[in-house]
Ligand binder design. Structure first.
Ligand code: MG
Length: 391
């Protein structure tokens, strides 16, 4: 009794604005489509998840779904939503499903109960879709002038996932294509065209479709509030690192190559700032320091980019269900001057750490020529990380 989910993500999402199609924009640092896919992948009643993506979105999809297990290879959709749905259904044929749920990628916040309800109701009906009763008064006004008030008692706003007996909805889609009917805006309309009986069950307010950039920003803000409430255990960690100068023409700082009269000596790329960041994050979660996780005696870290150390610290933090709240870095050096590279460094850190720019501070200071750093024998970096963990 295979139950497939087809996730339709073919739209170019132009209405949502921004540089990314809306299904790839971030809510709480996670692409919209990943929220949606996870809702189905984690549901015990769903056998397989088939995504339908837009032409040219292959790389975006791959980046957005990195590490998601059990996801089928996506198919590229057609020119209309209807074409995309049909492509998704045809891709499911090999798994011989009995039921299928077709869902918009831009509705990431459906509940597991809604999925369960629709799958169960399909035991009694060939087509089951969620809907919300219309609460506002409806007017019929084709030219802007009201002709009459519409009786709203039998009207519904409908949502997805829309559930169907697999064979029947695939037939309906193929018949619609053969007969040149290609303007249906949802799968229930395709089912109605084919004469299937479509049952409405209770939808959910939170299962709304994210349409504009405002919708996505609002969802991002709401998610932030919920996330912070779930992570009340606030902890701070400190990281301090030193490296001496040696022959060379550049140093690495926060993942950015900075031209200099010397290089920094170290087993890896000697990015003193990223080493301090790594130790600060490790310190905040009570972990052993960078040298324990990446022993300098281990040849595999020779010349390695220090971003992998930070990534490891972030992985340990996330494995505990935590998140990084902010990072504050101070670089101590007489030279090179860090100022001209600060913007690039912050940008590199925002991708590496997955936090917003306003949660990252990088400062630089000299030691007024005092001590070893004042004598330009090397540089140092200090970092403080604040993390939030579940209790
Ligand atoms: Mg170091």
């Amino acid at each position: 009794m295979a139950v497939m989910a087809v996730i339709v993500a073919g739209g170019s999402g132009i209405r949502a604005g921004g540089s990314l199609p809306k299904q790839y924009q971030l809510i709480g640092g996670k692409p919209v489509i990943r929220w949606t896919l996870e809702a189905f992948l984690s549901h015990p009643m769903i056998t397989g998840v088939q995504a339908v993506i837009g032409h040219g979105h292959e790389a975006l999809f791959e980046a957005a779904t990195l590490g998601l297990n059990n996801l089928l290879q996506p198919v590229v959709g057609g020119g209309t939503r209807q074409d995309s749905c049909r492509a998704g259904l045809e891709a499911c044929l090999a798994l011989n499903p009995t039921k299928v749920l077709i869902h918009d990628a831009a509705r990431p916040f459906l509940s597991p109960e809604l999925i369960r309800n629709i799958v169960n109701e399909l035991d009694y009906a060939p087509a089951v879709i969620p809907g919300l009763p219309v609460a506002d008064t409806m007017k019929f006004a084709p030219s802007g002038l009201i002709e009459r008030t519409v009786d709203r008692s039998s009207l519904w706003f409908v949502q997805t996932p829309q559930g169907f007996q697999f064979g029947e909805i695939l037939d309906a889609h193929q018949r619609a294509m053969t007969e040149g009917k290609n303007t249906f805006t949802d799968d229930a309309a395709v089912a109605e065209f084919a004469g299937m009986k479509v049952q409405i069950v209770a939808g959910e307010q939170k299962n709304r479709k994210l349409t504009t950039s405002h919708d996505i920003a609002e969802a991002d803000r709401e998610h932030g509030v919920r996330l912070y409430e779930r992570l009340p255990d606030v902890r701070t960690g400190q990281g301090i690192d030193y490296h001496v100068f040696e022959k060379g023409d550049h140093v690495w700082l926060c993942g950015v190559k900075v031209p200099h009269t010397h290089g920094l000596k170290g087993h890896s790329d000697a990015d003193v700032a990223l080493h301090a960041v790594t130790d600060a994050i490790l310190g905040a979660i009570g972990e052993a320091d960078i040298g324990q996780h990446f022993p300098p005696t281990d040849r595999q870290w020779k010349g390695a980019p220090s971003s992998i150390f930070v990534a490891k610290a972030m992985e340990l933090l996330r494995a505990r269900g935590g998140m990084l709240a902010n990072i504050d870095i101070t670089i101590l050096a007489e030279a090179p001057r860090v100022g001209p590279h600060l913007a690039a460094m912050k940008l590199a850190l925002t991708s590496l750490l997955g936090i917003a720019l306003d949660r990252i501070a990088i400062k630089a200071t000299t030691t007024e020529k005092m001590g070893a750093i004042g004598r330009k024998e090397g540089m140092s970096a200090h970092a403080i990380a604040t993390v939030r963990l579940p209790l």
